[in-house]
Design a protein around this ligand. Structure first.
Ligand code: SF4
Length: 125
């Protein structure tokens, strides 16, 4: 990931998934976008659906790295691989996929904060 701040996209699995029932999704995204070193924070309802692909295709035209706070990282890598490849982006450095399911708001914020810190440390090695 280069020096520009990443965007943060939270995907909430339609908003009906029990995996997000322990957290307040609005507190999460509002805290994340204000407290963490991200360029912006937003919620998408279902990134792995066809309109999610279209949304990612538009968003990634900026070439901005993305933190995706959603489901299992290995699933994310499979589902979003083509979108990143289409923009010539390297998923390994341009995406931080995080699984925030079954977490409280604080736990999810801490996970994103830690991942961003680790990314910054890696960049400074
Ligand atoms: S990307 Fe993950 S969290 Fe989002 S809708 Fe698909 S399976 Fe659910």
């Amino acid at each position: 990931m280069d020096e520009q701040l990443p965007g943060l996209v939270m995907c909430v699995c339609t908003g009906k998934c029990p995996g997000f029932s322990k957290m307040d999704i609005w507190d999460f995204i509002n805290r994340a976008r204000v407290e963490l070193p991200v360029e912006y924070g937003m919620i998408h309802p279902q990134l792995c659906e066809e309109d999610g692909d279209r949304f990612l295709a538009d968003l990634l035209k900026s070439k901005r790295p993305l933190v995706v706070a959603a489901c299992a990282p290995n699933m994310q890598r499979k589902m979003f691989r083509d979108s990143f490849a289409a923009e010539g982006m390297d998923m390994k450095k341009d995406m931080i996929p995080l699984d925030i399911r079954d977490m409280t708001t604080d736990e999810a914020i801490n996970l994103v904060a830690k991942a961003l810190e680790e990314e910054t440390e890696e960049e400074n090695v």
